[in-house]
Design a protein around this ligand. Sequence first.
Ligand code: SAM
Length: 326
Amino acid sequence: MKDKFGREITYLRVSVTDRCNLRCKYCMPLGGIEKKDHEDILSFEDTFRIIKESTKLGIKKIRFTGGEPLVRIGLANLIKDVSKLEGIEEITMTTNGILLSKHIKELKKAGLNRVNISLDTLKPERYKEITRGGDFNKVIEGIKLVEKYGLKPIKINVVFMKGFNDDEVKDFVQLTLENDIIIRFIELMPFGERHSWTKDKYISNSKVLEKLDNYEEVEYEKGSPSRYYKIKGAKGKIGLINPISRHFCNTCNRIRLTSDGKIKPCLHSDLEIDMKKYLDSNEKIYKGLVEAINLKPSKHHINEEGYDPIKRDMNRIGGWLWVIKN
Ligand code: SAM
């Protein structure tokens, strides 16, 4: 289905939990978040019904996210059911990777096609600091297993932060020389309570390119708002995702389902459509999704003077604003 601005909506991001096993400084408060009651969280049955109705509107790609999606027990069963739906072309997941080694086998078997792993530093001590205690080696173990199980291409998402990891660009890029992986640098975005922290640490992705030599821009993922580059002769690629310095709302093809059953047509708007009130029939769910797509704003305003960050934090939404077409 096309929205009011002619954008074909083909991508649904599904947050299956607001809980996380890490406390990344730019994402989660130290004490964690106020946990939602069990009954507020959408059951897998209802999540599946919403996904199924969305396929009738042209959703082809599903990304599971969180919180940390792998802390929700039984996710592989949902993936298995979704993989059988007509119209679904790709099922992916964004994860911090800590629990990957435990689950990768069942996820692959269930029909998961690809994984994006969030890893903001290659230094174990720094990792521990930014995640407030995370075990770097667990993530590396997970990445190796994802490769072994052939869920390719592996994408590593690096939130680029001033004074934190802007000295590691070359180390990340080095990984692309010998490995067929994609390192994607992402600009830090302002959210909820951590707004002032992110403001201090924001740095434009143009600084990534300033640190590189011998690179060329390459065509990858047609229609994608991210730009891809490659060091000449390298096996892997470098992606730059610039929601702040170069927004791509005009090609945005996604909507989001939060773990408490709200559809967010735009990551940076407080607008939410409560799907819980539509759960008594599949026809109503379908209509709720049409309503959400019709309400999708033309663009976000995060880079405008006086922008007031949305109330929900990223951990309550599960991902980014940009879009990889299809
Ligand atoms: N727990 C999973 C993970 O770590 O990938 C999925 C949920 S997490 C909220 C999704 C992604 O959002 C992570 O890669 C995280 O780095 C990113 N993120 C969180 N807060 C952000 C912010 N303020 N700006 C940019 N990216 C952010």
